[in-house]
Design a protein around this ligand. Structure first.
Ligand SMILES: Cc1ncc(COP(=O)(O)O)c(C=O)c1O
Length: 393
């Protein structure tokens, strides 16, 4: 029995695992127990932004290890404060609340919006069809995909779905009762689908008219993934708050929700809390990660490598017009939509030594460590070509 079959005996059967077991990671590669090498363009689902065994992450862990692993939020902690300060400096926002995951960060935004809505006579939350905001009950209520919601109804009331990029639908749904709109600038799990400039412009203009809140889910797009520290910064939008996680902890579980001055003093003592959130070890790796990624030079590296990769995918798409719909995305959050056999391709690519996963049912999603170089893109394209030949040849 292999390790994957073995794992199935012990866990709730909710994951489809790769049929090999990882021994270690190094740089942008994973190695299995037989020593086979995989180019990792999945990176722990967009988490391992600096790859594996990055010296700055290891140093941060070692330093914090000698101090304490966990204290709780009964204590003010320098490493937490440093990271919060850095996030606020980078964004111009006012307050941070640290969580352990993306879904918890969304829950925090939902709660803060509810309190604000109760004070302002507003109750309706809008989210986009095809969105993904997490699996907890609140986050699931605004994850507008049947396949995730339908077994778990009823969820939170007053959550409405509209099609992404449909300005008319948005205009029709918002009114004085609208409390908040949640959006991902690029729907990651929904198939790497960027929202249009028109839709974003309309949404931000309608906020002026109806005074609702806008929350950006930057869990997948954030922390440099698109070549901007946060994707909303690309076009200068100012959501009232945003959620961040995944890459934020540099491989340790860390998320946050961050709010503007308008919401900074809304929560008061006891309104919210967490045991682990802001864990010092995770904040230490988070600080090392954020410091590394937030320089102009690094973000330009992500933009440049991402553009090169996108162009490679686009020219690849022209070679397989009968199979590929299109290549899309920004920075190093890229997708290649295929007409069929996406799942088969993911497993065949793993056999060829390239890891990625599937989003939105039929899009190959690439979220490599942000430290990849062009040679890694070239290597990935060769492996992708071999994969296509195997699956369709
Ligand atoms: C955009 C987005 N929001 C929320 C989540 C949920 O984050 P987590 O799995 O850390 O709870 C994810 C995870 O994939 C995500 O991509």
């Amino acid at each position: 029995m292999n390790l994957a079959e073995n794992a199935n005996q012990y866990f709730l059967n909710v994951y489809k695992r790769f049929p090999f077991a990882v021994e270690k990671g190094e740089g942008v590669y994973l190695y299995d127990k037989q020593g086979k090498k995989y180019l990792d363009f999945l990176s722990g689902i967009a988490v391992n932004a600096l790859g594996y065994q990055h010296p700055e992450i290891e140093l941060a862990i070692l330093k914090q290890l000698k101090r304490n692993l966990h204290l709780s939020n009964y204590f003010s902690q320098d490493v937490q404060i440093e990271l919060a300060k850095r996030l606020l400096q980078l964004t111009g926002y006012s307050r941070v609340f640290f969580t352990n995951s993306g879904a918890e960060a969304i829950e925090g935004l939902l709660k803060i919006s509810k309190k604000w809505g109760n004070q302002n006579g507003k109750s309706e939350i809008i989210a986009l069809k095809g969105s993904f905001h997490g699996r907890t009950a609140g986050a699931l209520s605004i994850t507008m995909q049947d396949k995730y919601q339908k077994q778990f109804l009823p969820l939170l009331s007053n959550c409405k779905a509209i099609p992404a990029n449909d300005v008319n639908a948005l205009r029709k749904v918002v009114n004085d009762k609208t409390l908040a709109v949640f959006y991902e600038g690029i729907m990651g799990e929904g198939g790497v689908r960027p929202l249009s400039r028109d839709f974003l412009d309309a949404m931000y203009a309608l906020r002026e008219q109806y005074h609702f809140l806008i929350f950006a889910d930057e869990i997948q797009t954030g922390v440099g993934r698109t070549g901007y520290f946060y994707y909303f910064q690309k076009d200068g939008y100012q959501p009232d708050g945003f959620a961040t996680a995944k890459g934020l902890g540099g491989g340790l579980p860390l998320g946050a929700f961050v709010v503007s001055e308008k919401l900074a003093n809304l929560f008061t003592l006891g309104d919210h809390g967490t045991t682990y959130g802001g864990n010092p070890l995770a904040c230490a790796t988070g600080l090392a990660t954020v410091n590394h990624i937030s320089t102009d030079a690094f973000l330009n590296h992500v933009k440049g490598t991402g553009q090169f990769f996108l162009e490679e995918l686009q020219s690849f798409a022209t070679r397989y017009p009968e199979t590929i719909v299109e290549a899309r995305g920004y920075g190093l959050l890229l997708g290649l939509e295929v007409k069929e056999k996406a799942g088969q391709m993911m497993f065949e690519a793993a056999r060829q030594g390239l890891l990625f996963n599937i989003a939105g049912g039929n899009t190959l999603r690439f979220v490599p460590p942000l430290i990849i170089e062009k040679i890694h893109v070239t290597e990935a394209m060769e492996k992708l070509d071999r994969t296509f030949q195997k699956v369709f040849g």
